[in-house]
Design a protein around this ligand. Sequence first.
Ligand code: SF4
Length: 618
Amino acid sequence: MSWTQKILRVNLTEGTVVSEPLNMEWAAEYIGQRGLATRYIFEETDPKCDALGPDNKLIFATGPLTGTMASTGGRYSVITKSPLTGAIACSNSGGFIGAELKSAGWDMIICEGKSPSPVMLNIVNEKAELLPADDLWGKSVWETDKLIHERTQDPQTRVAAVGRSAEAGCLYAAIVNDLHRAAGRSGVGTVMASKNLKAIAVRGTRGVGNIKDPKRFIASTMEQRKVLADGAVTGQGLPALGTQVLMNVINEVGALPTRNMQDVQFEDASKISGEAMLEPRESDGKPNLTTNAACFGCTIACGRISTIDRTHFSVENKPEYWGNSGGLEYEAAWALGADTGVGDLDAITYVNFICNEDGMDPISFGATVAAAMEMFELGAITTKDTGGIELKFGSAEALTWAVDVVATGEGFGADLGMGSKRLCEKYGHPELSMTVKGQEFPAYDPRGIQGMGLTYATSNRGACHLRSYTVASEILGIPVKTDPLVTEGKAGLVKAFQDATAAVDSMGLCIFTTFAWTLDNMAPQIDAACEGEWTVERLTEAGERIWNLEREYNMRAGLTGADDKLPDRLMKDAAKTGPAEGKVSGLDEMLPEYYELRGWTKDGQLTKDTLEKFSIPA
Ligand code: SF4
């Protein structure tokens, strides 16, 4: 069954750590990871609770395929209530710690309450204990990782930690594991810091057993690995260029949000693209990209390992940043580059390093800086606010300054750490916040890719591309090509992608497999691993159940259908250039049909029938 059937419940107020059985009835309905942990959050917390108060819980959850030999099966998710959005938060990460947790004998960690002083959770197989972490408080993620390894004297210890930004109250702080993999979005790191939980260290040596049919599982996973290897995106594009394969593509189709989404094409896109990361630098003849890298068990290896030009102003006096570290993914390169108008590859690589080092979501950080830059150019923010910094679009110096002050929460860094919505409200321009439900947009302009407008508006965790990546269909033609400029058929497309993605996230697999796999490729793997019969239909139904549960959580938290909206800029200001020139988002044409397909009321509430259909507690 590939479950250990054990949860570690950590009461931070009491300082206790106890083992309890996993609810296998819920696992049968919600698969695992994202779905199953949401069920626990739904059951055990009040959706109206203060996200940063002791009543909120923070769950680290693996899926049934986490830690197995299924390709990309190294994923885990963090589920909690988001302090950025007030909605459900679920942030997914790769690296190695998810598999390590499973190998230590745990499916899930539920953290509740609040410790009176900084602590870390140390897990070595069945032994789990809270240890004082006063010496780690105030340290970056990278320093914390180093100090914990000095403490454990075991290089195989896997660490997930929050950095200084989370401690300073940045509302989009991430939890970073394995130095440069992150549960990045929605402020899950801020919740962790609010509980005085600095880090989780895990060492597991037991391996993952309990596979229902090992022979069939091995055969199935090997067969599906080949499908990934043969896929154009999973076998070639992602290993060679990473997600940065998209920068030039999305710019060409006129959907690259630029300068706080004022434009849809960035004149310097090619300078910050995946291709640019391969070009030799003038100073030393070496490219930005050193190598690609893989998370646990992954045969795609989209990860980037990069260096910065040592003569670049951002690092010329900082030799600690001269080595290899996690390089730019597309979303980060867009947020730090096109959205701020900065076409300096070394500068945005540096800022990305700091986002990893101090645990910040680079999407929300970059988009918040972009909003601040627009307000600076309008005169709503001045050098008096910034301490003399000219916060203008295109300024690499301003961007690198901004990341340092958000990391520590100093001065204007505290304002930037509030996120775009609160920042724009504070400085009198709420209309300049490019957010949904308070979370910043990722790297696709809905005017050029219509399905993404509906995706963002209805995403249960605020603006997010990873809840329904219709870019795959609308731009890449996977699994079928649809026209990105039309709204017809997109309601059904978004719903289908949302439900399938919820299932993928809940199995413990990486969403990037879906560039080559559908649920048809995944069902045989989970069916061979887990008890019961796992078909495409069952996975799809579970995905829909998960989506509805997340929605119902949000409704009980106080959100309504009125929160399923896009900023006026995307609804009224037409794209100025490219194939989408003259287009605005057609959200209003898609949303009513979407509600109908979901079985919700006209104002977006779940009906009694829908609640009953998915056995969601009233
Ligand atoms: S595809 Fe990339 S993000 Fe996904 S598991 Fe593999 S290396 Fe990690």
